[in-house]
Design a binder for this molecule. Sequence first.
Ligand code: NAD
Length: 503
Amino acid sequence: MQAPPRPKTIGHFIGGAAVDPASATRFGEVFDPARGEVQARVAFADEATVDHAVRAARQAFAGWSRTPIGKRTEILFSFRELMRKHVADFAALVSSEHGKIVHDAEGEVARALEVIDFACGLAQQTKGQFSENVSRSVDTYSLRQPVGVCAGITPFNFPMMVPAWMFAPAIAAGNAFVLKPSERDPSASVLVAQLWKEAGLPDGVFNVVHGDKVAVDALLAHPMVDAISFVGSTPIAKHVYETAAKNGKRVQALGGAKNHMVILPDADMDAAADALVSAAYGSAGQRCMAISASVTVGDAAGPLLDAVRTRVAKLKVGAGHDRTNDMGPVVTAQARDRILGAIELGLKAGATLAIDGRDLRVGGYEGGFFIGPTLFDNVKPEMSIYRDEIFGPVLVNLRSATLEDAIGLIARNPYGNGTAIFTRNGAAARKFQNEVEVGMVGINVPIPVPVGYYSFGGWKNSLFGDLHIYGEEGFRFYTRGKVVTSRWDEAGAGVNLGFPTHK
Ligand code: NAD
């Protein structure tokens, strides 16, 4: 009998070369979520492999940080062009390992490209300031210099876009980078590494190590790593923030979310329902900016939820490679079981299950990790389906008497990533934008992920650290300030033991 084909093995990329995965001692499984089958293995880095990658980055940093701005810009532009040529390859890789529909994966790649576009403007973003004559013959100027070796630890749900949020500004600013992508969908990062090399980036400036907690903790502890960027769930974000800070590194750690969409009774209910269904069930609810809680104010619930039901009935759920589908599976069997468990808890707590996605079967994909769109109504703030991040296609609806109550509800929620309001009343929208305790706000826009020339970041348990990711704040995170005070004068200043002043 012929042996079944061995799954391919995905390896690290260090110092400009692929590392033979056979050298690894531990591996993870990468699934095809639509079929529920293992499609590949991925090598898991141990401490020695992480050390190898960090040393390669440290060595490359010396040359890259001194590479002229014009040359770095050229390489960024070449990389951008290669990325654009490979959009379809990235979308196919992301879709096959994550499960999202290929048109959704294309959107993710487009948003990654936006951040890379911005990073091509590195000359502008790394400029300092100059003040002439701050004292007699004395000038003062400021520089922004790269930090050193920066590491990125990223989640499964955007395997292309979230790494780009980090590596694009970090490398543009003159740093070397070690990426530890999610072990669930690691292939896109390897293609990124190949394209950086093809674009002319010196070996060792961009490295990829795969793995789990062992690799992450080795990065957090490594004395040659200067900065850590993390995106993932809140408990791990806290661990990363605390450990990296304790080890003296600069760190930004973005966590989980429970994003509310407030619908006032005067909203255009068709537009609000379109937006809510798209934002709640797109990518099977596995977006950090997914709307997972709707808050209907006054008598908005009746018309809104009717319109949502009509739309959900038309959604087509299936495998990611078929672009006629609207929604794919969730990422793993564990994720599916966790989400089904959360639904059970909602039922036990007494919420009304208005749309039940538990028994969905997709023909030809019986082993896939599918859950249909699910909606709970009459949810109370103390219920776990509201308190906890479910990260699946489960929307919970809460009813609120007034806009003030809705804003108060959001303020009491421990997360503060994104939120949206749907209304025709400008004054209500302005009040919401001003008072809501959330980092990213949409007004008649359901997923307000800022464009690449702004910055992304939530409040409260959705971000530990102060600087947001990408945009100008990204460049600030990946550079450190230096201020020079210089005197060029034929005459000496003379002895003066007083504290220097401008006089
Ligand atoms: P996760 O926290 O499980 O994993 C994120 C990264 O941390 C992965 O690279 C993983 O290997 C690593 N990791 C996992 N457990 C670890 C441990 N115990 N110690 C050290 N490292 C560990 O997150 P996920 O399931 O991959 O992604 C989904 C989560 O990410 C959701 O909570 C979502 O809201 C969040 N997310 C947030 C944003 C944002 O911008 N705020 C964006 C995307 C995703």
